[in-house]
Design a protein around this ligand. Structure first.
Ligand code: FES
Length: 265
């Protein structure tokens, strides 16, 4: 973990309230693993006082990309920052995704849950197995980063609540449909309905909870990145504690990635 002043290389609006921030931060980039996050001070003044956690979206060389949505005062201030300015950053923090697992890969993103999955896709792109990402949003214009995942060799399946793109409904319903098809074709091919599929999930709490139910039904390994407010980000304030089968755990330090079957919802 490092604390440094990272130079802003660019900070541009991608669409509506969605921004892509590119930082020069070689000390952090070198150590980062998919699923980890940085803790960033959005302002030099005392308001907002607390740092904000952001998933590491992509790493290339010494550069780190952060994909964020303007949702409050901190991110509003961040969206006004310009190239050449510096930000006080701590990272990489937390425990990321385990990726050395046999089998194929299904990534599932709900809304801004897409943010940490691109760096994961960068790593998984080297594996010669089937790779799919299911992306869910309210409407077509909120299905983001499609081209980036395509370039990394992922098949994209979209779910929109209004039916404007792909499957009409929730991304968890699309996941259930996808797994049903995979399992029936596995049964036809091998006589066994068991698939060797790894699920990697990020999105709102309710989506993760449903995915945990689905992964247990199909007996799949599923890792999910939890979204929480984080005051300290380093395990000191106990403000991000969750209940798991191993007792209470801190999302900032023991996560944000957990095996979904460990979480008590
Ligand atoms: Fe302080 Fe996790 S944010 S313990």
């Amino acid at each position: 973990m490092k604390q440094l002043d990272a130079r802003i290389l660019s900070n541009r609006c991608i669409s509506g309230k969605y921004y892509l921030l590119r930082l020069s931060a070689s000390g952090i980039a070198r150590l980062s693993q998919p699923g980890q996050f940085i803790h960033l001070r959005c302002s030099e003044s005392l308001s907002p006082l607390l740092r904000r956690p952001f998933s590491i979206h992509r790493v290339s060389g010494a550069k780190i990309d952060i994909f964020y949505q303007v949702v409050g005062k901190g991110t509003e201030i961040l969206s006004k920052k310009k190239a050449g300015q510096y930000l006080d950053v701590i990272g990489p923090l937390g425990r990321g995704f385990e990726i050395d697992r046999p089998g194929d890969f299904v990534l599932v993103a709900g809304g801004m849950g897409i943010a940490p999955l691109l760096m994961l896709a960068q790593r998984l792109s080297r594996c010669r197995v089937n790779k799919v990402i299911l992306v869910g949003a309210k409407t077509k214009s909120l299905i983001l980063c499609k081209e980036e995942f395509k370039r990394l060799g992922f098949k994209i399946k979209a779910a929109t609540e209004d039916g404007s793109l792909g499957f009409k409904g929730l991304v968890t319903d699309l996941l259930e449909q996808t797994l049903r098809i995979k399992h029936s074709s596995a049964a036809l091919r091998t006589g066994s309905a068991q698939c060797n599929t790894n699920l990697y999930v990020c999105g709102p709490q309710e989506m993760l909870k449903k995915t945990a139910r689905i992964s247990s039904k199909y007996r799949l390994k599923a890792q999910g990145s939890l979204e929480r407010n984080m005051a300290c980000g380093v395990g000191a304030c106990l403000g991000c504690v969750i209940k798991t089968t191993h007792g209470y755990r801190k999302v900032c330090q023991d996560g944000p990635v957990f095996n979904l079957d460990e979480i008590i919802w």
